[in-house]
Design a protein around this ligand. Structure first.
Ligand code: ZN
Length: 205
């Protein structure tokens, strides 16, 4: 896809994933940002910084915004979705824990592989995300399992941050995240909509 405008992400939106990292699902959506500079296309390699420690894949449903949404209702938000995109929210767990802010943990170059945007008809409450790691299925979940459904997330975000056409919202990852190392291949698919495949290499020293 073209480089997104803002990239707003949601953490801990699936109970089983929150548990696997020893966290609770928060009372309200947990928001963070990724910089547009970390986006790469399908087929481009994820580069692991030499000092990043444990880096995980996170298969996620990406929502491409098609309208201006400011303090919008859930219905306005649902109608303002332009498309669906497969996304991999690559994350350094060591930096996430150590830095406090997640800018480099989640925002380093190549840390957001994105597929092509699908504008085929979709049901925001019944999208299936699947992640394959070296050909082995590691994540499979429906957006029906989210703690905060997509229209609720978008309405919550729009209370504080105006969403504009071309902005991207990452909606959280389900259980099954795994560390990646050079030589791996990670594939995230939104079934029937979008797919992104990424080889993994060691980053430049
Ligand atoms: Zn994530």
């Amino acid at each position: 896809m073209e480089r997104p405008g803002q990239i707003i992400c949601v953490g801990r939106n699936y109970l089983e994933h929150a548990k696997e990292l020893g966290n609770e699902v928060p009372a309200q959506p947990l928001l963070f940002l990724k910089p547009p500079s970390c986006v790469i296309a399908s087929g481009v390699a994820i580069e692991l910084p030499s000092d990043a420690g444990r880096v995980d894949f996170e298969g996620e449903v990406g929502i491409v915004i098609g309208a201006t949404l400011r303090k919008a209702t859930e219905a306005q938000c649902a109608a303002g979705v332009r498309g669906i995109v497969a996304a991999n929210d690559v994350s350094s767990r060591d930096w996430q824990k150590g830095d406090g802010q997640w800018a480099r943990a989640k925002g380093s170059d190549t840390f957001l592989p994105l597929g092509d945007v699908s504008t085929a008809p979709f049901d925001l409450g019944a999208l299936t995300v699947v992640t394959r790691h070296n050909g082995v299925e590691r994540q499979r979940a429906s957006t029906a399992e989210m703690a905060f459904p997509i229209p609720m997330l978008l309405a919550y975000i729009s209370k504080y941050i105006t969403l504009s056409p071309g902005d991207l919202v990452l909606t959280g990852t389900p259980a099954g995240v795994q560390p990646i190392v050079p030589g791996d291949v990670v594939e995230v698919e939104i079934v029937g909509h979008s797919i992104v495949t990424s080889p993994v290499v060691a980053g430049p020293a």
